[in-house]
Design a protein around this ligand. Structure first.
Ligand code: IPM
Ligand code: MG
Length: 306
């Protein structure tokens, strides 16, 4: 993880801490998570956005828009402009200001990269409501015209699943206009990064969202969608539910124990029904607790359900 120079960045999970923004890119904490994803081959990132009925009013959207929301964003995680080479800084040889400094990145996707994520999405949709929305920017970008073409080809293997294509700007709009019209959303690394934060807000708080990233086979990495929130670290404020639900996803997907996963999911729902709320999802009349208090409430619910 080439972070020895700044070891506490790794130890204390400092992704997002502005303190490290001035480090050379290779030493920034973000490189640890990006490196893990790349080196473990975790190309398929599942980010479910589920609005618990108890939190319908915690969302910034009207309750009727989010009540019962259950969508799954599948983000390609090891390609796109995040990893595309070449990238860097140089002196411009053309463009509007030749001879001046410029920076550049490369957006690219190969056919196999798109094919495998498309298969993952169609197969996931078969376990759900059999609809896939592929999000692209085919009207402007070559990379995403190709994405659209390849997803359309892969779709021929899944006639029982409905496929729709949507431009990313429209998808950003539809997510807050009529989010329940989505079932599975599949998209590239960068659009998926942005849309999954947007979808998080539909559920009330990004502190609610777990995620799983899969390589070929059953290997998975499970983590909350949120960052490390360095501004509230150590203050007993953070919502632990995303981390707890990530463990449930791990039991379901890597250990084939859907029974245990369901018990954890139910315990979280129960703690919410009993009125426990961390600051990010607090509402009038509810019981305000910290990280520990919410963890204890979920544990108690788990023990009682047993
Ligand atoms: C995420 C994060 C990461 C990303 C950052 C921390 C590198 O925003 O997992 O969504 O951009 O992928
Ligand atoms: Mg992100």
């Amino acid at each position: 993880l080439k972070l020895a120079k700044d070891a506490d960045a790794v130890l204390f999970g400092a992704v997002g801490d502005w303190k490290y923004d001035k480090l050379e890119r290779q030493y920034r904490p973000e490189q640890a998570i990006l490196g893990l994803r790349k080196h473990l081959g975790l190309f398929a990132n599942f980010r479910p956005a589920i609005c618990y009925e108890q939190l319908t009013h915690a969302s910034s959207l009207k309750p009727e828009l989010v009540a019962g929301l259950d969508i799954l964003i599948i983000r390609e995680l090891t390609g796109d402009i995040y990893f595309g080479q070449p990238r860097g800084r140089r002196t411009a040889v053309d463009g509007p200001f030749p001879g001046t400094d410029e920076a550049f990145d490369t957006m690219r996707y190969s056919r196999p990269e798109i094919e495998r994520i498309a298969h993952v999405a169609f197969q996931a949709a078969r376990q759900r409501n059999r609809k896939v929305t592929s999000v692209d920017k085919a009207n402007v970008l070559e990379t995403f015209q190709f994405w659209k073409d390849v997803v359309t080809e892969v779709h021929k293997d899944y006639p029982d699943v409905e496929l729709e294509h949507m431009y990313v700007d429209n998808a950003a709009m539809q997510l807050v206009k009529a989010p329940k019209k989505f079932d599975v959303v599949v998209t590239g690394n960068m659009f998926g990064d942005i849309l999954s934060d947007e979808a998080a807000m539909l559920t009330g708080s990004i502190g609610m969202l777990p995620s799983a990233s899969f390589a070929q086979g059953r290997k998975g990495l499970y983590e909350p969608v949120h960052g490390t929130a360095p501004d509230i670290a150590g203050k007993d404020l953070a919502n632990p539910i995303a981390a707890i639900l990530s463990v449930a996803m791990m039991l379901r997907h890597s250990f084939e124990r859907p029974d245990l996963a369901a018990r954890i999911d139910a315990a979280v729902a129960r703690a919410l029904s009993e009125g426990y709320r961390t600051a990010d999802i607090m509402q009038a009349g509810m019981k305000r607790v910290g990280t520990r208090g919410m963890g204890d409430a979920v544990l108690e619910a788990l023990a009682r359900a047993h």
